[in-house]
Design a protein around this ligand. Sequence first.
Ligand code: ME8
Length: 647
Amino acid sequence: MAKRNTCYVTTPIYYVTAKPHLGSLYSTLLADVIARWNRLQGKKSFMLTGTDEHGQKVAQAAQKAGKTPKEFVDGFIDAYKNTWHTYNIDYSYFIRTTDKAHVKAVQQWISDLIEKGDIYKSHYEGWYCTPCETFVTDNEIDEQKKAKKELHCPSCSRQVHHIKEETYFFRLSAYQDRLLKFYEDNPDFFCPPERAKEVINFVKSGLKDLSISRKTVKWGIPFPGDQEHVTYVWADALNNYITAIGYGQKGREDEFNTWWPATTQVLGKDIVRFHAIYWPAFLMASDLALPKQLLVHGWIQVDKQKMSKSLGNVIDPMVLKDKYGAEEVRYYLMRHMSITHDSNFTIEDLEQTITSDLANDLGNLLNRMTSLAEKNDAMSITDPAVWSKSALKLIDESWNVIEDFSEYMSENLIHMALARLWKFIHQVNAYFHAQEPWKLAKSDRDAFMQVLGVTCHSLRVIATLLWPIMPKKSEQLLQSIGMKFEIKEELSWVENLKLSWKGRTFMLSKIAALFKKHESKPEEDTPKQSEKKTETSDEHITIDDVIKVELLVGTIEQCEEIAKSDKLLKMQVNFGQKGMRQILAGIKSSYTPADLVGKQAIFVTNLKPRKMMGIESQGMMLISKDETGKVHINSPVTKVPNGTRLH
Ligand code: ME8
């Protein structure tokens, strides 16, 4: 019974050949968010991360740096820990594979399997990829030879080298059928499920025994009973998931039984084979339960290429944090990167997301509400005697959001959970605006207080659900409506949101803006400018303001991509009597040039021309964004002459 109330989440342990980058942050952040989401539901959660310090790859990097391997890896540990602390990653333990306890436990694991007959000594001959620390299979090599390709690693495409040496083998072939049965019986093991196919095909093609020691490598865990060998780095590293919580260590049995089997193991798609084949087989050999789920995510890419240390295109999370803030980057990574696919990282997207979602949608809502409350001496808000229909509708909607958000989170679809939450934030903003509380403050105090009250109730739900993603900002937000956030075991904050919503007093305090806007692109002018209006006046604009904006319908005659821009398309737009204009718009993620040519759309044509990526834009296209982030152009329902002005 107790087991159901615990959660054990792990990250891959990273090779310490460099500082962490945005890709390593992404995996670690996913694990942190999942562990926090479980804590929010009252579960006891353990989150593990750490470093993979042995093997040829690390030894070679150390040699290049003129250091011993241990000196070399020691030099990076602070960078990892600092980055995780900076990003509010609340890990429970940081394991290093050079830790004595880990080394001893791995040696014990090997000795046990030798005794059971699952490990035996023989000879290995084949191909090896040092950057991936992996043996490339004969089948893969044969295919490359047939295709007359230069022999390379199927995972990273780099050159492989031939090795022939005495080795100890793990009897992997003996587990083929059990593995296939396990995949069949446990369809939730792979998340997303599409990742299963590749693994199942690989296992079905026939598993060979796995070499788990190296004689020509010196930097590794000494193989028990044979000083000439060190343990193969993956046989060493995978075991971190159990040694960290006490496996093979006297006196730590209860701890181990509390946490194992892992609830979710986060990893990138590059290391699925190790985690979905070798790792379960190792566990089966040791009669241990298998992890409940592997959460396999895609790449963060830069310019459509995987971001990786060896390609030299890595982004340093510490640099991003200095300019944008750690919690903002957390939000962006969770909202923008989809677990199921590779996702491109751009600074433009990051800035736009922070400005539009965080500063405009959320930060501004809180700011407008508290400013209005302060101006009208309404910093203490209690429930009204009778709620209005519109208020109850919004409160009901917040219960729907909790349900949908929880459903998405249970499937690890964090970006979808956030999209759903933002739909609600838009509804709250729309409600606030439609109620015109700045007018009610003068005409109907009760109604005014009710608008503030329902906004507080909504913010309570929003901030709580956001806690796993932006813990500090969420705590600040709650604080500003007079709530203290404290995680308590056995208390489900999520359930509690609905159970204890009535009869609250919200004691408001005005805090500094939660999020900073980032001015980067004219496309962002739409939310920024409209927001400025509501932010500063909270009143209607006049007809003169409307007339000032020239909105014209035009036909896109030509359209092309702009090299090096992930977002922008360049269009030649025909405005009839008003001539042709060159207009740039950030809509490349949703449209190809071919989709647009011949289409009519609406443009602001009297904006001052601006340059983007050195190219002039002589107007601005009006676009709308749905909750999934997809952009839509706005076309007139029926075709109208080019140059028609909107009134
Ligand atoms: O493979 N996008 O370590 P590693 C998203 N030590 N995630 C990325 C990424 C990117 N561009 N680049 C790296 C190892 N990652 C082994 C693991 S576990 C027992 C041993 C993340 O330093 C992703 O999770 O090469 C990937 O699987 C992991 O970092 C690889 O880290």
